[in-house]
Design a protein around this ligand. Structure first.
Ligand code: PLP
Length: 392
């Protein structure tokens, strides 16, 4: 029997090979359309014959090769690549719910997803019930026969609070009309494999760790074949498809995903420990620290604690801005998951359009700074954070 290969082996070798010239690197098919040899061949498209391409909104060999690798990396049957993480999220949701249905979502999720649920989804006569982290144990009180999806992400942006995946799946599995959906962007498949806990649908902003170099915008959904087939049909109509060259760049990045993420895990833990002992810091949130409120859950479900951490400056928004503006290596930029270290102030970036009540519920203060730790030499990052904190 074939052994179960490790994530780097899968990400490097994949499944689909170039049959034409046996090129080691799968080629970029930069073509919007594909000619048929004879008109009757269009029947193959109708019959959904694998590897038969007619138009890149429906499918493209370069994109397909990367989709197959993504599916293998997340221990699932299949995947679809999208032009952004938001395109993956919105197309997935719109494929699986309709008028009269209900979605249960944790309220602490990526801000734009939250706004999609709050402002857009109700226009389709779909009700979204937002729940807090401390209500997960009582999930059954929110579930009705109309509930179709339970949506969450973990670790949560930007507080790095950790959601108990097993608890959500156990409760959801008592009902056969409910699918669970996770945004696994923060954790990455290196640190967390939601399919192993029984989660039905995995989403990623591939803009982040999967591509890892701050040079493209992409997203993906990964799941069982029958679910992916359903979403693919809606994708073919809504049209949020990536460019083949971008898909190629993502495929190239996947080969170093494990190396990068392991280094980011290591650097993040050292930075979290350093900040915990700094006098200008009020509090550090990193799932790998024993002081983190969800450290035990993180230990149970994560193989590594990730490259994302947040900390509260002992001061206010002005102090947080001064810190970010004084950095010499880390860059003050939104986004995350890349080789370079990025810092951002959530109230000015990812959570800018939230009111005070929503911010309080999400545990976000104006002195909170989020760090996406890169793969630089950690002593240089520690020097940089120290000098910036001392300059406040
Ligand atoms: N999910 C999470 C957790 C994110 O942080 C982001 C973007 O920041 C998204 C989804 C959306 O992804 P994209 O920007 O690729 O559309």
């Amino acid at each position: 029997m074939k052994p179960k290969f490790g994530i780097s082996t899968i990400a490097i070798h994949g499944e689909i090979k170039d049959k034409s010239f046996r090129s080691v690197v799968y080629p970029i098919y930069q073509s919007s359309t594909f000619a048929v040899e004879k008109s009757d061949d269009y029947q193959k498209f109708i019959d959904e014959v694998e590897d038969f391409y007619i138009y890149s909104r429906y499918g493209n060999p370069t994109i397909r090769e990367v989709e197959k690798r993504l599916a293998l990396i997340e221990n699932c049957d299949d995947a679809i690549l999208f032009s952004s993480g938001m395109s993956a999220i919105t197309t997935t949701i719109l494929s699986l719910v309709g008028p009269g249905d209900e979605i249960i979502s944790l309220s602490s999720i990526y801000g734009v997803t939250y706004r999609f649920f709050r402002d857009y989804i109700p226009r389709f006569k779909i009700n979204v019930k937002f729940i807090e982290l401390n209500q997960i144990q009582e999930l059954k009180n929110f579930i009705t026969e109309k509930t179709k999806l339970i949506y969450f992400e973990t670790p949560i942006n930007p507080t790095t609070r950790v959601v108990d995946i097993k608890e959500i799946v156990t409760q959801a599995k008592k009902y056969d009309h409910i699918l669970t959906v996770i945004d696994n962007t923060f954790a990455t498949p290196v640190n967390q494999n939601p399919a192993d806990f029984g989660v039905d649908i995995i989403l990623h902003s591939a803009t982040k760790y999967l591509s890892g170099h701050s040079d493209l915008i992409l997203g993906c959904v990964i799941s069982r074949k029958e679910i992916i087939d359903k979403i693919r049909k809606v994708k073919n109509t809504l049209g949020g498809v990536p460019d083949p060259h971008q898909a190629f760049l993502l495929g190239r990045s996947l080969k170093t995903l494990e190396l990068r993420v392991k280094k980011q895990n290591e650097n993040a833990l050292k930075i979290a420990e350093f900040l915990s002992n700094h006098k200008a810091v009020r509090k550090v949130l990193y799932p790998g620290l024993p002081s983190h409120p969800d450290h035990d859950i993180a230990k149970r479900q994560m193989k590594g604690f990730g490259g994302m951490l947040s900390f509260e400056i002992d001061g206010n928004l002005e102090h947080a801005k001064k810190f970010c503006d004084s950095l010499k290596i880390a860059l003050n930029a939104t986004s995350l998951g890349s080789v370079e270290t990025l810092v951002s102030i959530p109230v000015l970036t990812s959570h800018i359009k939230m009111d005070e009540n929503e911010l309080e519920k999400a545990g976000i203060t104006s002195a909170l700074v989020r760090i996406s730790v890169g793969i630089e030499n950690v002593e240089d990052l520690l020097w940089d954070f120290d000098q910036a904190l001392n300059s406040i």
